[in-house]
Design a protein around this ligand. Structure first.
Ligand code: SF4
Length: 279
């Protein structure tokens, strides 16, 4: 078993969905043994296009002219997403903001771990910090579903906890933070989440509790029986570790899987770029 030092929204979501999946993916770091969904190739292509779209937006945000970046949108999906991004009413406020931090990583201590999150964009002005997350989903998820995802909770809580250096050393009150998911195929229907101190306190307490639970489970405590398999067998349909668990061989639907299994690779995070608060 390898050392586990960091937690992210993806690993916490996996732990929430199925502790066993968390163990296989983040503790044992097993490569995916099964194709995640059918049709796997099409799904993988969509995922790659999604990653490429993130890069295009980042290039634009660091100052490369839109016309130049737009020429790199070399597939039907990318062209449509790029057009939607450039024309999106909700995004035009950027030019009025003094601080744009794209592809920025924040981290803070959490129990025995570091909590790490990589943000697509944090836009800061005098009174407010808006977190933007670009989603290339083929289906617009329900706002209620997004509101309870660990990404929504972790991204806002971590910015409140570790965002001082983005605000002249003052930090952001939870009330100054908003998170927006912008959907490249549903450009006029973003999901917005404001924040407040009660939510922040609730989120951070929940994070501390989970971090303690994972520490105990990693130590092999019989109290928590380590990392049990989920009771919700429906979650196994799109899980890449099915073959380890005797939970069937037929893969689930690609579009549902896209929502449920989105896993940003923690190992891609460049730790030199992390803005962190001291231990
Ligand atoms: S197949 Fe099911 S039980 Fe096994 S890791 Fe995946 S979600 Fe968990």
């Amino acid at each position: 078993m390898q050392n586990l030092n960091t937690l992210s929204q993806s690993s916490l979501q996996d732990y929430h969905d199925c502790p066993r999946r968390f163990e296989l993916r983040y503790v044992q770091r097993l490569a995916y043994p099964a194709l995640e969904t059918e049709p796997a190739i099409e799904n993988e292509k969509h995922q790659q296009e999604g990653e490429y779209f993130h890069r295009l937006v980042q290039q634009h945000l660091i100052g490369i002219p839109a016309e130049q970046v737009g020429k790199l949108a070399n597939s039907a999906n990318l062209q449509r997403w790029w057009e939607n991004y450039i024309n999106a009413k909700d995004l035009t406020g950027f030019k009025n903001l003094s601080g744009l931090y794209s592809e920025i990583t924040l981290s803070a201590p959490l129990g025995k771990f570091r909590l790490v999150a990589k943000y697509d964009l944090i836009a800061v002005d005098e009174n407010k910090a808006v977190i933007y997350d670009w989603k290339t989903y083929r289906k617009r998820p329900k706002t209620e579903w997004l509101s309870i995802r660990w990404q929504t909770r972790v991204y806002r809580a971590l910015l409140a906890r570790a965002g001082e250096h983005l605000n002249n050393g003052n930090g952001f009150a939870p009330e100054q933070i908003e998170m927006i998911y912008w959907f490249s195929d549903f450009p006029n229907d973003p999901a917005r989440f404001i924040y407040n101190a009660d939510q922040y306190n609730r989120d951070w307490s929940a994070l501390e509790k989970i971090a303690d639970e994972i520490t105990t489970a990693s130590a092999g405590s019989t109290l928590l029986a380590g990392f049990p398999k989920t009771d919700e067998v429906s979650k196994c349909g799109y899980c890449p570790y099915r073959s380890y668990c005797n939970r069937g061989v037929r893969a689930g639907d690609a579009i549902d899987a896209e929502l449920e299994t989105e896993a940003e690779e923690l190992f891609d995070i460049n730790f030199e770029q992390i803005g962190e608060i001291a231990f």
